[in-house]
Design a protein around this ligand. Structure first.
Ligand SMILES: Cc1ncc(COP(=O)(O)O)c(C=O)c1O
Length: 462
């Protein structure tokens, strides 16, 4: 939000002028990456009647306040019955400042072993305020000086781009391609960075149902990626908020395949528990040699950053997530059976709905095409015209349907004719309503006579 009347300076109580021009603030504040989320939220709030394919929020249909109480009780019983804590100690655990690296690290390690086949040392886990804090801490730690750069598969989640920007860590794009990472491009970018006397520290990617592309990496590509990254000497930052929501074939994460401590695993409970808890974590088991010859875990260095950022992750929120893990035998796949069924059903409905409204994509007769992820929250639609912020705003105002311009995930450098459609939060029948409106917008944009587009019913806000 901006207010009018400012002159760029500001008078203090004693008449002294503070230098508060935007140019005097940190450079990241002028970066569009930091405005993306605000912009999208702001458009959504202006058109509350619009059907939103924009948000990758989890469904709200299974939220229940009683569960919060239940999970805290389960966690407290675990503290007293399993760990033998006194009532005083239980009280202290929930009410007092807590361990910087978190209090549910052991439970997270058991969950990772149960659902993901990841064998994680609990001491290598830092429980953070969402994925976002973990990502920032890693970026801050890896950015020692101006030579450091982060490689990232493009298009990329704006939370990652923004966190790297806050940490002054430049991001160099790596092509995704159909397999989720173009290994030649990864090697090429790392080589170009080195030739420019820069240090590519790590490559950020999302092997399962990536946001925004929806693409997943085949297992041989994951295996080859670990080899290539090892040869290049770059760490892999694996972000995996959507892997739980698959249709039966659960592929091993990079961290599960990692034998050389190459992968920093960035977890989030935003979709598998709930985003309001703001609980995420990093598994950072890399060994860091100290100047005095000692060796510590990267997790301990992330913890130092965290101690000055959020001190510790709120204990009450950790207790709720810990209780959820305990209550479901450490399996979030089991805990999310209803949610997964909903997301897969919504995905099917979205893909079928696109096919019926834009027939002929397979034969190349439709001007509109899209990919077909087998899980996760996101589908990318390619259009024969620019799908920019201006069109998104028109789409919300005139047609009552919201989606996300893909250009936001390319830092404005690509994806101009693509839209990301998220299907997670909508009630199933709203998907049809939204697609009718989307198809009406496309039809009007093409002059109403494009081949391969069927008229929807109920277009417009009505
Ligand atoms: C790619 C990606 N990573 C992580 C997250 C979760 O972040 P957080 O735990 O900070 O809510 C999201 C949520 O939208 C996401 O899309």
């Amino acid at each position: 939000m901006s207010v009018s009347g400012g002159t760029g300076g500001c008078a203090g109580a004693g008449g002294a002028a503070f230098d508060l021009t935007a140019a005097s603030l940190h450079g990241s504040l002028a970066d569009p990456a930091l405005e993306s989320m605000n912009f999208l939220n702001e458009v959504a709030s202006r058109y509350p009647g619009a059907v939103s394919f924009a948000s990758g929020r989890p469904t709200e249909d299974f939220f229940d306040v009683a569960l919060l109480h239940h999970y805290i009780e389960v966690y407290c019983r675990y503290l007293s019955d399993d760990l033998g804590l006194t009532q005083e100690q239980v009280n202290r655990t929930l009410f007092q400042y807590g361990r910087t690296k978190g209090i549910i690290h052991e439970l997270i390690a058991r969950y990772l072993a149960t659902d993901e086949g990841i064998s994680a040392d609990p001491e290598a886990i830092v429980v953070t305020v969402g994925y976002q804090e973990a990502m920032f801490a890693v970026a801050r730690a890896l950015r020692a000086d101006d030579r450091d750069v982060l490689l990232a598969v493009w298009p990329a989640y704006v939370g990652m781009t923004g966190a790297a920007r806050l940490a002054d860590l430049p991001v160099w794009p790596v092509r995704s391609g159909p397999d989720g990472v173009d290994l030649d491009d990864l090697a090429g970018q790392a080589g170009r960075a080195r030739a420019a006397a820069l240090r590519p520290r790590a490559c950020y990617l999302m092997p399962d149902f990536a946001n925004p592309s929806g693409v997943s990496m085949p297992v041989p590509v994951r295996e080859r990626l670990l080899e290539v990254a090892g040869e290049l000497g770059v760490l892999l930052l694996e972000d995996n908020p959507y892997g739980t929501f698959h249709s039966g074939s659960h592929l091993p994460t990079l961290k599960a395949l990692d034998k050389n401590r190459q992968v920093v695993y960035l977890g989030s409970f935003a979709k598998t528990a709930f985003p309001g808890a703001r609980i995420g974590y990093a598994v950072a088991d890399q060994l860091v040699a100290g100047t005095d010859g000692s060796v510590s875990l990267l997790a301990d260095y992330l913890s130092r950053i965290k101690s000055m950022l959020t001190v510790n992750t709120p204990s009450v929120a950790q207790a709720v997530v810990g209780g959820k893990l305990l209550a479901h035998g450490f399996s979030l796949a089991r805990a999310n059976e209803r949610e997964t069924a909903r997301y897969l059903g919504n995905m099917r409905r979205l893909l079928d709905g696109l096919a019926s409204r834009f027939p002929g994509q397979d034969g190349g007769r439709s001007p509109v095409s899209w990919n077909a992820p087998t899980g996760g929250f996101f589908v990318v639609v390619t259009l024969p015209f620019d799908a920019d912020d201006e069109l998104m705003e028109l789409s919300a105002r005139k047609y009552g349907v919201l989606w996300t311009p893909m250009s936001h995930f390319y830092a404005g450098q690509g994806g101009l004719r693509q839209a990301r459609l998220a299907c997670s939060q909508l009630p199933p029948e709203q998907i049809d309503v939204g697609l009718d409106r989307f198809a009406a917008m496309v039809r009007d944009r093409l002059g109403g006579s494009a081949p391969g587009i069927r008229a929807g019913t109920g277009a417009g806000l009505g």
